[in-house]
Design a protein around this ligand. Structure first.
Ligand code: GDP
Ligand code: MG
Length: 187
């Protein structure tokens, strides 16, 4: 098609959650398959960028660039600076389905995001909840009950929920794509 009037859609997405839940693995799994760039800004975060083609119902295909921001280990000390959060258009909140603690800490991560990113309407901001390490459920290692997950996401404006396995690559592409589609629909 014509390039004239073609818009560039660039979305900043941040990934939050306790150390070792699999945030970096998820991003690597998602990025690996295509060209990607890694930037290491001095703020101590890594950001990865990936282009995706999206066709919404009845519309022409659009190219969307996702800028996915990953922590560089500072989440251990809950010391992510404002620059990490600023301008984020979506937030993926990750816990490990075998770690109750990582689930219990989600509320804290969410308020940290709201305090530092300062979204205009926090109750309408697109947060996505992700339970990673789903491969371990098959081995009976799920520790966080799905009832608790359901309760929590309902208390948080019906936050969408997905389970992924960065190790096996299950539901990774689909999860990032659903975030990208959501953001594109809102434009
Ligand atoms: P981060 O600290 O949140 O970035 O977590 P990492 O991506 O560094 O992963 C922490 C550990 O969990 C590593 O040993 C990974 O190999 C492992 N891991 C990550 N994702 C999965 C997964 O889906 N399943 C399993 N079984 N292990 C995973
Ligand atoms: Mg990491």
């Amino acid at each position: 098609g014509s390039q004239v009037g073609k818009k560039n859609f660039i979305f900043k997405i941040v990934i939050l959650g306790d150390s070792a839940v699999g945030k970096t693995s998820m991003i690597q799994r998602y990025i690996k398959k295509s060209m990607s760039q890694v930037y290491k800004p001095t703020i101590g975060a890594d950001f990865h960028s990936k282009k995706v083609e999206i066709t919404l119902d009845g519309q022409e295909t659009k190219t969307v660039t996702l800028q996915i921001w990953d922590t560089a280990g500072q989440e251990r000390y809950q010391s992510l600076g404002v620059a990490f959060y600023r301008g984020a258009e979506a937030c993926m909140m990750v816990y490990d389905i075998t770690s109750q603690r990582s689930f219990d800490n989600l509320s804290q991560w969410k308020s940290d995001f709201i305090n530092k990113a300062g979204p205009r309407e926090p109750e309408r901001f697109p947060f996505f909840l992700i339970g990673n390490k789903s491969d371990k459920a098959e081995e009976g290692q799920r520790k966080v009950s799905l009832d608790d997950v359901e309760k929590w996401r309902k208390q948080h404006n019906n936050m969408p929920y997905e389970e992924t396995s960065a190790m096996k690559g299950s539901n990774i592409d689909e999860t990032f794509l659903s975030v990208a589609e959501y953001l594109l629909k809102r434009t």
